[in-house]
Design a protein around this ligand. Structure first.
Ligand code: NAD
Length: 249
């Protein structure tokens, strides 16, 4: 299969989880991929596993100079702004430092990433930017004030970028996963494991999602199959946002 032949992709937060699943699918579909992350050992191991089309680069998405060093003059034609962190605390107990940490990585990281690849995409004649938001970019969740703010911001920035860049052949879309079985939740809980099946049973599809299911959506948005999609929100949540708080099942 070669749905992404000729594409030069950069995926942030690609050492594990949804980013790693996307990197695997991208290489299988013929793309060349930069696996970017702060987890050097995991990122290098994945690049070694995927072989010549993949390379690992250390990138803290919250650092402007690191974006310059990784992107440089490269003509990246697909950017997946996937890196993200979660922080649980009630609004009244959220420290400024924790709020800023989440905003810097999730929101500012996405802004810096989009800005870094624009010149190369214009030179290349176009490209696709995929920004990972969340269902928390569509509706709020208690104890997630910083995360929800960052994911709503990503949804908004995506539309601004789509409006500005459409005439240059650059498409920009947001992806809104529901609960996906990765290390994000246990990491945010300090290593505590959570039984996700209890959450999954409440969903229309009766299960949480897998990283490869989000990777399939990202492949579509990276490929020319989505050539008329820009400024749009793509939800993959097992039906989580199909109901509202007043609905009874
Ligand atoms: P994950 O924790 O497995 O992966 C996140 C990756 O981002 C990790 O490899 C981590 O090292 C990397 N990262 C963190 N800070 C970084 C930084 N400053 N610079 C570069 N990389 C950094 O979680 P995941 O589920 O694969 O999350 C991927 C994306 O999906 C995130 O944006 C997350 O908010 C979003 N998301 C996740 C879920 C879910 O339920 N897992 C749901 C909706 C949205």
């Amino acid at each position: 299969m070669s749905r992404l032949a000729g594409k030069r992709a950069l995926i942030t937060g690609a050492a594990r989880g949804q980013g790693a699943a996307a990197a695997r699918r991208f290489v299988a579909e013929g793309a060349r991929v930069i696996i970017a992350d702060v987890l050097d050992d995991e990122g290098k191991a994945l690049a070694d596993e995927l072989g010549e089309p993949a390379e690992f680069r250390h990138l803290d998405v919250s650092q402007e100079d690191e974006w310059g060093a990784v992107v440089g003059d490269e003509q990246i034609t697909v950017l997946v702004n996937n890196a993200g962190i979660l922080h649980f605390a009630p609004l009244a107990d959220t420290s400024l430092a924790d709020y800023e940490r989440v905003i810097r990585i999730n929101q500012i990281g996405t802004f810096l990433g989009m800005r870094a690849v624009i010149p190369g995409m214009i030179t290349a004649g176009g490209g696709s930017i995929i920004n990972t938001s969340s269902i928390e970019g569509l509706a709020a969740a208690p104890t997630l004030v910083a995360y929800t703010a960052s994911k709503f911001a990503i949804r908004g920035m995506t539309k601004v970028a789509a409006l500005e860049l459409g005439s240059k052949g650059i498409r920009v879309n947001s992806v809104h996963p529901g609960m996906i079985d990765t290390r994000m939740l246990p990491t945010a809980l300090g290593g505590v494991e959570v039984d996700l099946s209890r959450v999954g049973k409440r969903l229309p599809l009766r299960r949480v999602g897998r990283a490869d299911e989000i990777a399939d959506l990202i492949v579509f948005l990276a490929s020319d199959e989505s050539s008329y999609c820009t400024g749009a929100e793509f939800v993959a949540d097992g039906g989580a946002t199909a109901s509202h708080a007043l609905s009874v099942t």
